[in-house]
Ligand binder design. Structure first.
Ligand SMILES: *[C@@H]1O[C@H](CO)[C@@H](O)[C@H](O)[C@H]1NC(C)=O
Ligand SMILES: *[C@@H]1O[C@H](CO)[C@@H](O)[C@H](O)[C@H]1NC(C)=O
Ligand SMILES: *[C@@H]1O[C@H](CO)[C@@H](O)[C@H](O)[C@H]1NC(C)=O
Length: 353
């Protein structure tokens, strides 16, 4: 009896050191803990601390709370695919400093908190495919200097600002297909970046436009710049995006790794959205229009000056005639002695008038 009590009191201690939860199978040699496909709603407790790889895919996890993996701080690979995760605490991955591979595919993630990613900075493979992401968090790329594989296919992305990707210096494979890309002026930055990425040998699946109708089913990289021509004239955001692009390109080519971008907000939409439009009127036509307008303005000014001169001339003639008439009448009336004084007074009249 005493032995039994002793053994029972020892049981939790033994479990916490190195046992395997009953929902999982543990391989002591490879330190793989496999809990996939068990219909789990929660992460099993008392996972072996020395685990390097943890499989939790094909379960029913709905959320990840703060420091969900505090039992397993040495994890290098974590598979959470095929669950129903919607809520991710910003500190869910806190402590996973050695994580290299993170698979979150086929969940229901709508957005990522940038704090979430800061805790897993050394990640090299990140799979976010088959989720509901409509954007990437700010400073996304700055968190992931070691990232080589990024999967974002089958999400709800309509645009991605280049600043989110351009610091991914080590990226080799990028999956973007099956997103509802909206190929307007805001996507020029991404187009430029994707061209540079594939030029450097990066592997990209595709980025097919869904909007606008004119560009539906076209690959963003293959759309001629001609169709974005109106963006260059009408959109300041295009201008800013390109100043920023050239700036960062110089930085990364001339001075090694790119620095964090100082003004990421500059590439945010400044003007209302614009879509690629038909070619604007040719330069000759605009030149002719300008000439006509300037000629019109000059003619107008000349006409006004002539009109003013005519009015002034008529008024002067009328006043002068009236003055002469009055002068003659007064000369007749006065006749003799006081005549000279009257003339002197009359002479002041035109000046006072
Ligand atoms: C996503 O997960 C569900 C089950 O959770 C599964 O039926 C479906 O086939 C998965 N889809 C992909 C593309 O893996
Ligand atoms: C997710 O589920 C689908 C279908 O059940 C399966 O083909 C796929 O391999 C699973 N993904 C992972 C990462 O386990
Ligand atoms: C990232 O990995 C490097 C080695 O590649 C290591 O020195 C560094 O401590 C790691 N960073 C974190 C946050 O664990």
């Amino acid at each position: 009896m005493r032995d039994l009590i002793f053994a029972l009191s020892l049981l939790p201690f033994l479990q916490s050191v190195s046992s395997c939860p009953k929902e999982c199978s543990c391989d002591a040699h490879s330190n793989l803990v496999d809990c996939h496909g068990r219909g789990l709603y929660d992460i099993p407790r008392k996972l072996p601390q020395e685990a390097l790889e943890l499989h939790l895919h094909d379960n029913r996890l709905r959320s990840l709370g703060s420091t969900s993996f505090r039992d397993t701080p040495h994890l290098q690979a974590l598979n959470l695919a095929n669950n129903s995760i919607t809520v991710l605490s910003p500190s869910a991955f806190l402590g996973l400093r050695h994580l290299r591979v993170l698979n979150l595919a086929n969940n229901s993630i709508r957005e990522l908190d940038r704090r979430l990613l800061v805790s897993v900075r050394n990640i090299t493979v990140l799979d976010l495919s088959f989720n509901s992401l409509s954007g990437l968090p700010g400073a996304f790329s700055e968190s992931f200097h070691h990232l080589t594989h990024l999967s974002l296919h089958h999400n709800r992305l309509t645009k991605v600002d280049r600043v989110h990707l351009e610091a991914l210096d080590n990226l080799q494979v990028l999956d973007l297909k099956a997103n509802p890309w909206r190929c307007d002026c805001h996507l020029i930055g991404l187009k430029l970046w994707l061209e540079t990425f594939t030029f450097r040998g990066g592997v990209l699946d595709s980025a097919v436009c869904v909007q606008p109708p004119l560009l539906q089913d076209r690959d963003l990289r293959l759309i001629p710049y001609e169709l974005f021509h109106s963006c260059m004239i009408t959109s300041y955001s295009y201008l800013f995006a390109n100043i920023h692009y050239l700036d960062s390109k110089h930085r990364s080519f001339l001075s090694g790794p790119a620095l964090p971008s100082p003004h990421p907000h500059l590439t945010e939409p400044i003007l209302p959205e614009c879509e690629p439009k038909p070619r604007p009127r040719p330069a000759n036509y605009r030149h002719a229009m300008a000439t006509v307008v300037i000629t019109g303005v000059v003619c107008g000014i000349v006409c006004l000056m002539m009109l003013a001169a005519a009015v002034y001339g008529c008024a002067y003639a009328a006043i002068n005639a009236k003055y002469q008439r009055e002068l003659k009448m007064k000369e007749k009336e006065a006749g003799g002695g006081e005549g000279q004084k009257n003339i002197q007074e009359d002479e002041k009249e035109p000046l006072e008038g």
